[in-house]
Design a protein around this ligand. Structure first.
Ligand code: IPD
Length: 257
């Protein structure tokens, strides 16, 4: 088995294990703290799940690095670094809205080569390996074949910083009249997997982090989608779409370029 394939299997296994714990704990009374701003919440489940994933990775692949949303930042010594969002969609989780996921990607010498996203509320698993396709519960994924941006259903998301939100609102005012409609699901990793499966036609978001997108972008790319990540003062803009509408969407969401 190739190393990327081995990493994919590990990502699937641990994302499922962690997702099962997350969904089991969804009825607990949580005590959220805030992080970067008053709207940016974190729960004990986010932190405990990151700890669980770190431990499982250390057991299976000692020496690998890991970057996690809840503070883990270890470069490791093997050339493999895991990029983990233990609970993507924390606000949904807190409010009992069934769209939250565990996202685990593996980078080999700086390139993401494998990833898994586990939709913890529904038990649906997405995964992919570079050059080997991406899958939803084992069934090969293909992004939408839409050719007209005006007929595209887009996903997007909002950050937690008030100024970023104001910019995001202005951007949406420009995009909304030109597309079929926009959805705000609340888990960036799921948005990207939904693009991979053609549930959403495309996705854009300003203000994403590596852990939000590492696994989801690989899964969508392996399903035939194109993407760009544009660094914007540490608040990276992601544009993800089928090739036929990518350039038009990119131009629409980057009017300054
Ligand atoms: C958030 C979700 C949301 C996206 C935000 C992310 P979190 O992740 O993915 O959909 O719009 O940009 O920060 O905080 O729930 O892990």
């Amino acid at each position: 088995m190739s190393l990327p394939e081995e990493l994919r299997q590990i990502a699937i296994t641990i994302a499922r294990e962690a997702g099962a714990v997350v969904s089991r704990r969804s009825t607990e009374h949580l005590h959220p703290d805030t992080k970067s701003t008053a709207t940016d919440v974190v729960t004990e489940v986010d932190r405990d799940t990151e700890k669980l994933i770190r431990q499982r990775l250390a057991d299976l692949r000692p020496g690998d690095g890991m970057l996690g949303e809840e503070g883990t930042d270890d470069p490791g010594s093997t050339g493999v670094r895991w990029i983990v969002d233990p609970l993507d969609g924390t606000v949904n989780y807190l409010y009992g809205i069934g769209a939250y996921s565990v996202s685990i990607a593996a980078e080999l010498d700086g390139q993401v080569v494998a990833g898994a996203v586990y939709d913890a509320a529904t038990g649906v698993g997405y995964d992919g390996v570079r050059g080997g396709g991406s899958y939803r519960n084992g069934v090969r994924l293909a992004c939408s074949d839409v050719t007209d941006l005006g007929h595209a259903l887009l996903g997007t998301g909002f950050g937690y910083d008030a100024q970023v939100r104001a910019d995001q609102g202005a951007l949406i005012a420009n995009v909304l009249p030109r597309v079929r409609d926009i959805r705000r699901i609340g888990s960036a990793a799921l948005d990207m997997c939904w693009v991979a499966g053609g549930v959403l036609d495309a996705y854009f978001e300003r203000g994403t982090h590596e852990w939000d997108r590492a696994a989801g972008l690989l899964i969508a790319e392996e399903a035939g989608a194109r993407f760009a990540v544009i660094p914007e003062n540490g608040r990276d803009l992601v544009v993800l779409a089928p090739p036929a509408i990518f350039d038009e969407l990119f131009a629409l969401v980057t009017p300054q370029n």
